[in-house]
Ligand binder design. Structure first.
Ligand code: B12
Ligand code: SF4
Length: 507
């Protein structure tokens, strides 16, 4: 079978599509993957669509698969239409959005994969190859010839992740639509789509999360299929993948572990992991953690192995919002304890980031002020990542917000906005300023935010120092990075432009 896979995410990380490609190749299929990285809702032009469709049709595929998140919905609908016209073969959509909103995806797609795709996609390709009919495959919704939709039951989640191959990183079968032209994935192209500042590579050791926060897709995903939810690969399997990546990218400077909560698991797993990682990889790594999982014991084990960055979620400093709205059981004490531990290892952990959710209609100004106040007591340095609340499909919070009349449904904001664009309110801006401003000044502004003195202090902090000076420094840093990257330009890009994603977290 000849299969073409398409990813539209704005990076080349794309674990989902790489996993699907890896299992299909393992079964002997000929798989080509096209990456169309672009910002969220930035629709492809007619010319782009024509070029993409022409390439896909030129591959003469028997089956096409597209991977998408919710914010890609509009783009994928347009790409689907153009591709279908040029290559009229079955097209299946998969990924987090089709998993959580299959009905909506079936408005366009011929088939939708609900949940983990490895087994359903293998079964589908085999059935198509053997012409045995494919309308009853668990995990796949199909449109019948009479136009009706058959929603097959979900496939069970896989329990043993070690049974899976590594994500497909064979660039010989990968192509990227970069700067309006199709190009092989060279090192400079890779660099253009690294979602961070340095040359890091993203990997995941686990699937699922032990928590159940109401705004997060985990609250919806765990209900989609049967089988164990939180699963982890063995340290051998995980480190083996990184070893392969390290060989592929000799100039690699580190790894980012994208596990929903990397710190979970037993001591034995971490001991083996640290030993193998130190012996075979030895590069710095970053990870994400729920504050309650960060213990001194884990940090003591992980820092000698290379832990240099930890991202933790505060989400809201208001206990009411945290517990009753977000279902997060992280007390102020637990959060401060986590931050103190990280701070004690400051010599090793150079990147501490705290994520906060804002623009929540369930939050009052006092709740947001409480978040700013909690942040203002943290020891510096640290970064704050502020995200604007988006109600993702089928999450507990989306269902609640529809019921309470805050939103009408998926089409309300989900497809238009992305979550880094928080509203420019005084409290959000003050939150942004916390890492670079003395805590006492922040608390003074908070206390006086409704009177003239507070407003003056805020304007000095935000516009004077934070915006002018920080922006200048950031521009300088970006200029230096671009000059560095320019060295590689001549190798690939005909337009002699290399876009770079410089991290905005410290701006
Ligand atoms: C790693 C990760 C990233 C990485 C890599 C993304 C990737 N696609 O690999 C990076 C950092 C790039 C990233 C970016 C973003 N992310 Co993210 N990310 C995740 C995370 C933590 C894990 C996803 C993952 O790779 N899982 C492992 C793989 C193997 O699973 P999978 O992708 O679901 O794929 C499986 C199935 O879905 C299916 N499948 C997938 N594709 C296809 C295709 C076909 C044809 C078939 C048949 C099946 C299939 O089979 C796969 C294997 O089983 C999830 C949280 C989570 N628990 O899912 C959030 C998550 C997916 N991210 C999310 C968001 C919002 C984003 C951003 C929009 C955030 C932002 N504002 O920047 C950006 C999007 C970038 C962009 N603009 O395009 C949301 C998505 C919500 C939604 N409904 O869309 C999630 C769910 C987190 C959350 N808030 O709950 N993310
Ligand atoms: S801890 Fe993080 S990944 Fe886990 S459910 Fe909560 S928000 Fe989602």
């Amino acid at each position: 079978m000849k299969i073409v896979l398409i990813s539209v995410e704005n990076t080349l990380v794309c674990f989902g599509i790489r996993m699907i490609s890896a299992v299909l190749k393992q079964d002997g299929h000929n798989v080509q993957t096209l990456f169309v990285p672009r910002e969220f809702n930035d629709l492809e032009s007619e010319k782009d669509l024509a070029a993409i469709a022409e390439w896909v049709a030129g591959q003469r595929p028997d089956l096409i698969g597209i991977s998408l998140m919710s914010s890609h919905w509009r783009r994928v609908a347009a790409i689907h239409k153009a591709v279908k016209k040029a290559a009229p073969v079955p097209i299946i959509w998969g990924g987090i959005h089709p998993t959580l909103a299959p009905e909506e995806c079936m408005e366009h797609a011929d088939m939708v994969c609900v949940g983990e795709g490895e087994t359903p996609m293998r079964t589908l390709a085999e059935a198509m190859q053997n012409q045995t009919g494919y309308d009853s495959i668990p995990g796949i919704w199909v449109r019948n010839t009479n136009g009706s939709i058959k929603a097959n039951p979900p496939a069970d989640r896989m329990s043993n992740l070690d049974a899976l191959p590594y994500p497909d990183h064979d660039d010989r079968s990968h192509i990227v639509y970069h700067h309006h032209c199709l190009q092989p994935i060279s090192d400079p192209v890779w660099r253009s789509y690294i979602p961070g500042f340095m040359d890091t590579h993203y990997v995941m050791s686990s699937r699922g999360c032990p928590h159940n926060c109401t705004y997060c897709c985990n609250s919806a995903l765990r209900k989609v299929a049967a089988g164990p939810y939180l699963r982890r690969r063995s340290p051998e399997h995980f480190v083996g993948e990184m070893e392969q990546i390290k060989n592929r990218f000799p100039k690699l400077k580190g790894f980012v572990f994208m596990d929903d909560s990397f710190f979970y698991g037993d001591r034995e797993w971490f001991e083996t992991f640290c030993r193998l990682y130190s012996q075979r990889i030895g590069l710095p790594f970053f990870c994400w953690a729920n504050p309650v999982a960060v213990t001194r014991e884990r940090i003591e084990m992980l820092t000698p192995a290379g832990l240099v960055g930890v991202h933790v979620g505060l989400e809201s400093g208001s206990p009411r919002v945290s517990e009753q709205i977000y279902n997060r059981r992280v007390s102020h004490e637990q959060f401060y304890e986590c931050m103190n531990i990280l701070h004690d290892y400051r010599n090793d952990i150079v990147d501490i980031r705290v994520d906060v959710i804002t623009d929540n209609p369930y939050e009052t100004d006092d709740d947001v002020a409480e978040t700013v106040r909690v942040l203002s007591y943290l020891k510096k340095p640290f970064f704050v990542g502020i995200v604007s609340l988006i109600f993702y499909p089928k999450t507990h919070l989306q269902e609640q917000a529809i019921q309470d009349g805050h939103i009408a449904g998926n089409h309300d904001r989900l497809y238009e906005e992305e979550f880094f664009h928080y509203r420019p309110t005084m409290l959000n801006r003050l939150m942004r300023s916390v890492p670079k401003t003395p805590g006492s000044v922040i608390r003074y502004v908070l206390k006086n935010r409704n009177n003239l003195m507070g407003k003056i202090a805020f304007n000095v902090v935000y516009w004077g120092y934070f915006v002018l000076i920080r922006r200048t420094l950031w521009k300088l840093r970006r200029f230096i990075t671009l000059s560095y990257l320019k060295r590689y330009e001549h190798t690939m890009d005909p337009r002699k432009v290399v876009t770079t994603r410089v991290s905005l977290i410290d701006f």
